[in-house]
Design a protein around this ligand. Sequence first.
Ligand SMILES: NC(=O)c1ccc[n+]([C@@H]2O[C@H](COP(=O)([O-])OP(=O)(O)OC[C@H]3O[C@@H](n4cnc5c(N)ncnc54)[C@H](O)[C@@H]3O)[C@@H](O)[C@H]2O)c1
Length: 373
Amino acid sequence: MAVSEDTVAGAGGATRPGYRAGIIGTGFMGRVHSRAVHAAGGAVAAVSGSTPERGPAIAAEIGAWRAHPDTDALLADPEVDVVHICTPNHLHEQLAKAAIAAGKHVVCEKPLSVDADSAAAMAAAAEAAGVVATVPFVNRFHPMMREARDRIAAGELGALSLAHGSYLQDWLLRADDDNWRVSAELGGPLRAFGDIGSHWCDLLEFVTGDRITRVSAQLSTVHSHRGAPVDTEDITTLQFATAAGMVGTAVISQVSAGRKNRMLLEISGTEATLSFDQEQPELLWLGRRDHSSLLVRDPATLGAEAARLSRVPAGHAQGYQDCFNAFVADTAAAVAGESPDGLPRFVDGARAARIAAAVLDSAERGGWVEVSP
Ligand SMILES: NC(=O)c1ccc[n+]([C@@H]2O[C@H](COP(=O)([O-])OP(=O)(O)OC[C@H]3O[C@@H](n4cnc5c(N)ncnc54)[C@H](O)[C@@H]3O)[C@@H](O)[C@H]2O)c1
């Protein structure tokens, strides 16, 4: 298929020249990315995973043109314009740098890397090469989060005073639950915080336009042995302060029974409070002293960005995969030379890595630690 024959529908509905993705890693995220590429009108030109024998079957399953036996072959494929890195975290730096060196645009999963220095080096490499390099902080693409961002920017909450919330899961609740993320060597030294706390902090800074400046963190490992000794945390608790004067707390856990993917973000100002629960993404609670209300996603009544990201009418629920679809559509728009608002780039991944470094430092040393700006 020739590039000029493809069109890509952006999150705003525009069409543009084709987007040919090469997806590395074909687990949970590789499949989510492949659906998003197709939804954006792009093509999955190639895939590669850790088991070359299963490549052709996976390629057929996700609608890829071909499977490559290894990542070198995928990176050398002239029909791959954008490399999507969906592997365990310890491989992100090496693969992203190789993709950038091969002249490709890159989508690299979060956490961008396993430490702040390597994440900064990845952002610098993308900047120097002039390629589009994005990170799927996809909670930014919930329409009600764009609505919250617009209302905060317009001053509806007054002066921001407090932010708090949590990101809770239970898939590592039991001692016999295991995954590559449990190993610091494969996932990085902060597991729960790097995996899901990075989403929470990115969303807080994105929605408020404010920055976390200081943190005081504790880590807790409930199961010290999961088949092998565990060297990463199950729970992170965090206190923080921001540049604009907010104080706040966040609880990040992968061992909270019954909580599947519950990300709660609540922001208060001198006039009002906004509260968002990722498991109820069609709603935004607006709290006021005299009258509180529940805002419902409805493109007819929301701000321009929330309306742009509403792909179906009110009352027809949108969710996680829709966020991913919008994220890839906006990445395609950036590849086509546009500047979509709120697209999370490698600099945002590097920012999240600096917060993670401060969290780790605080937990190890005890007490407050400044976050490198
Ligand atoms: N943005 C989000 O919302 C979100 C959600 C979940 C996971 N993630 C991130 O996505 C990444 C992948 O997570 P996942 O949940 O899909 O994990 P997963 O275990 O389901 O899949 C990882 C895949 O990588 C493959 N792989 C391992 N080594 C490889 C190699 N050397 N070359 C090619 N492929 C290799 C594995 O075979 C597997 O298919 C992680 O960085 C994770 O943090 C992001």
